[in-house]
Design a protein around this ligand. Structure first.
Ligand SMILES: NC(=O)c1ccc[n+]([C@@H]2O[C@H](COP(=O)([O-])OP(=O)(O)OC[C@H]3O[C@@H](n4cnc5c(N)ncnc54)[C@H](O)[C@@H]3O)[C@@H](O)[C@H]2O)c1
Length: 276
């Protein structure tokens, strides 16, 4: 069978670990060349370690093992100049950008009621989780429009569809990302550039991809990880946590031409959590 993404170049943010790494490897398996972006450093104000340079390099290595080209660059999605420079480098190196996955995100500072969040914490969350995606879209939108093709995939969350107590900044940013997805889908639909959102439910922290969001969210809520996992196993009607591959394979489909009529859609991969 022909790999579903062969001939395509994809840019993935937050690719050092977690869902970004799972998506990168799944794209590589389907033949896409990759530009893998990550801050690859800790961020003041985020109370847990982010991806590292060696993790980003490891993701690239895993992709190359699949026989594709994979480059990396370190950047902060809060820095528009850096984002534009990375997209320019990608185009120089690969000639085109067919797919953009806006995956970089932070889950904290969180764990407080709205009146306890200070303005710096609020701005940080919105700047990374919402404005970061707008910046990358700004940097590739014109190119994809000229190409008359492209697929942009925004990794939102079930927190983009429903509220979670003590996560106002994250929930607001992810709802904003869902709104951004729909608005930009309409901007680009006549130009054949598609824009969709994926809303993962609670994903298992998988050691292969070195994910740690579930345990960090548990920590924010001051709940033991095992208890937090069990709460979500019960809350997700399919009675299991989501696996990173579940998100990666949905992203492969959205990136591929199999979904060519799908734009402006918001796909929950949450074991039925938001169906209630
Ligand atoms: N894991 C889950 O349960 C879950 C559920 C719903 C949604 N999501 C979303 O999926 C995405 C990936 O989550 P994950 O679980 O893999 O998290 P993760 O923390 O393991 O990975 C996120 C990556 O983004 C990078 N990053 C963070 N801030 C950045 C910045 N300013 N600039 C560039 N890179 C930055 C980090 O270095 C890290 O490598 C996030 O947007 C998250 O909100 C995750």
């Amino acid at each position: 069978m022909t790999p579903r993404l062969s001939g395509k170049t994809a840019v993935i943010t937050g690719a050092a670990r977690g869902l970004g790494r799972a998506t990168a490897v799944a794209f590589a398996r389907e033949g896409a060349d990759l530009m893998l972006l990550d801050l690859a450093a800790d961020l003041p104000g985020v109370p847990y370690p982010l991806g590292s340079e060696s993790q980003l390099a490891h993701t690239a290595e895993l992709c190359r093992e699949q026989g594709v080209a994979a480059s990396t660059a370190r950047l902060d999605v809060r820095d528009l100049d850096a984002v534009e420079a990375a997209m320019a480098t990608t185009r120089e190196r690969f000639g085109r950008i067919d797919v953009l996955v806006n995956n970089a995100g932070i889950a904290a500072p969180s764990g407080k009621a709205a009146h306890e969040i200070d303005e710096r914490e609020w701005q940080l969350m919105i700047d990374v989780d919402l404005s970061g995606a707008w910046r990358t879209i700004r940097a590739v939108g014109g190119h994809m429009a000229e190409q008359r093709s492209g697929s942009i995939i925004n990794i939102a969350s079930t927190a983009g569809l429903v509220g979670y107590r003590h996560f106002a900044g994250y929930v607001a940013a992810k709802h904003g990302l869902v709104g951004l997805t729909k608005a930009v889908a309409l901007d680009y639909a006549p130009l054949k550039v598609r824009v969709n959102a994926l809303c993962p439910g609670s994903v298992r922290d998988d050691s292969q991809v070195e994910g740690r969001m579930l345990s960090e969210i548990a920590r924010c809520l001051d709940v033991p990880v095992a208890e937090h996992e069990e709460t979500f196993v019960q809350a997700q009607p399919m009675n299991s946590l989501i696996e990173p591959e579940d998100i990666a394979s949905a992203a492969v489909w959205l990136a591929s031409d199999e979904s060519r009529q799908v734009t402006g859609s918001v796909l929950a991969v949450d074991g039925g959590f938001t169906a209630r």
